[in-house]
Design a protein around this ligand. Structure first.
Ligand code: F0G
Length: 471
């Protein structure tokens, strides 16, 4: 994008309603009462019933699809090669090249870092470990700030800029804040980050500092940060960029559209992803349902959501309460990105889980750590929260929900380098103090601690020989 000069300003009056732009193609709707407001309140909840809002596209009907799908698919692919034209920055973005399925935002307001366009990798070693023939990973850690958050942030931050906000803010376990800070900086807006003190990785914290955010480490957990932020946006004209913001969900839809494009529009049998605040599950599920409605795909994959055992409110909601309620909990897991006890988007996620026939599963800290090392051993790697997908796949395979011949795609949400501390402690055997248990033994076979030796050729050759014998 040619960066437009943007002189940020507060919205003229401090009204609690945001304009939803001249929405040509999309409208807001409450997921609870079905109200269709013209504008969203600053907390993006329905003013009538308090539920979350979502975008829908009144012009789309399955009876007469608004697009010729063959033309659309060809155009989306062609845009990747686009150069030099006014819209080249949009075309080169793996989000905005799918703009026909997004709310309209005029190009002069769009903030893009050429997000999306992330690779789809095969995982042969992980496939063997899980007992499936066809396993691939869509690596959303290959985005500009190294997590999937960029795909939603480009849309939501652009909407903040369009509405003339000077400040944007989020509560975060680290990735949303890194992404928001980057997009705010590119869009000449100030950003406020609320993160739980001592509970996010240094990699993520360092990003928001470098991108110039006002970073507040609150003495609470993620859910406590969300509470404060919701109070703050009632007091001040600050644009909320958590995934309750429906623009975030729209942007995050594109990873599923791009995935299907990469698969030649052949639907896999299963897609598996981590569940934290449950925005991403909602987004990917929404994309799948919309693609089916538009006849871009002929069938749906089963979308399964995996949580850490210590941060499993959605798992318990589905298993214990049949999705009728969600009991918030104090969350605890070393996969700090998904240390969330009161997920905002659980009702949206439940809807797509049911619509696609997917499953929920929970995995232990040992299972997460081993799965992460296995994904690393395929030469790919990811952050701990992403690894719950492989750990969950193994469980779903053992339960028979996934069969050996099924095609499976894992959504890897964050890059390996997001949390090097976890990785180093794992390989040094410092992550757990249960090395004698069966799980500990299994992990040992995956650990590759660094070897400290003299600067001596003989010592290096001895280390090489030892490694050769053990491989
Ligand atoms: N994986 C990673 C790497 C994440 O950072 C998150 C969420 C998730 C999975 C879960 O996604 O919340 O949409 O269900 N991170 C948020 C953050 C909460 O603040 O960075 P979700």
């Amino acid at each position: 994008m040619s960066m437009v000069e943007h002189h940020c300003c507060r919205p003229p009056d401090h009204s609690p309603l945001l304009t939803t732009q001249a929405v040509l193609n999309s409208r807001l709707r409450c997921i609870g009462c079905g109200a269709t407001p013209d504008a969203a309140a600053q907390n993006f909840r329905c003013t009538a019933c308090g539920e979350l809002l979502e975008f829908f596209f009144p012009g789309w009907t399955s009876a007469s699809p608004p697009f010729d799908v063959t033309t659309l698919k060809a155009m989306w692919l062609e845009r990747r090669q686009s150069t030099g034209k006014e819209l080249a920055s949009l075309d080169q973005s793996g989000v905005w090249r799918f703009r026909e399925l997004l709310p309209h935002i005029p190009v002069e307001h769009v903030i893009t870092l050429r997000e999306g366009n992330t690779p789809l990798y095969s995982l042969p070693r992980c496939a063997r470990a899980a007992g499936v023939d066809h396993l691939q990973a869509k690596h959303q850690g290959m985005n500009p700030t190294a997590s999937f958050k960029d795909t939603g942030m480009t849309v939501a931050a652009s909407s903040a800029r369009q509405d003339g906000f000077r400040w944007v803010a989020c509560a975060s376990t680290g990735n949303t804040s890194a992404s928001m800070a980057a997009y705010a900086a590119r869009g000449d807006m100030r950003s406020l980050v609320l993160i739980p003190e001592g509970k996010i990785s240094w990699g993520k914290l360092s990003q928001s500092l470098d991108y110039g955010a006002l970073t507040c480490q609150l003495r609470t957990d993620f859910d406590g940060c969300v509470r404060i932020l919701n109070e703050l946006v009632r007091e001040r004209p600050i644009y909320l960029l958590n995934s309750v913001n429906p623009y975030r969900i729209e942007g995050q839809k594109t990873s599923a559209i791009e995935l299907l494009e990469q698969l030649g529009w052949e639907t896999p049998d299963h897609i598996i992803l981590p569940g934290g605040n449950l925005g991403n599950s909602s987004a990917i599920g929404k994309a799948l349902l919309e693609m089916q409605e538009l006849k871009l795909v002929s069938r749906l994959p089963k979308l399964s959501i995996i949580q850490a055992e210590g941060a499993n409110p959605f798992y318990r909601s589905v298993r214990e309460f049949n999705g009728e309620k969600l009991e918030p909990m104090i969350a605890e897991t070393r996969a700090s990105a998904i240390r969330i006890g009161n997920p905002a988007s659980w009702k949206k996620a439940l809807r797509v889980l049911r619509a696609t026939g997917g499953e929920v599963e929970q995995v232990t800290e040992f299972e997460i750590a081993s799965a992460k090392a296995e994904i690393g051993s395929d030469g790919i790697g990811c952050e701990p929260a992403s690894a719950v997908t492989l750990a969950g796949l193994k469980k779903l395979r053992r339960r028979g929900f996934i069969r050996a011949g099924d095609s499976v795609v894992l959504i890897l949400t964050g890059h390996l380098l997001k949390d090097p501390d976890f990785t180093i402690r794992f390989h040094r055997g410092e992550l757990f103090d249960a090395a004698s248990s069966a799980a500990g033994q299994e992990m040992k076979s995956l650990q590759r601690a660094p070897v400290v030796i003299d600067a001596d050729l003989g010592a290096v050759i001895a280390a090489l020989n030892a490694a050769d014998r053990n491989s």
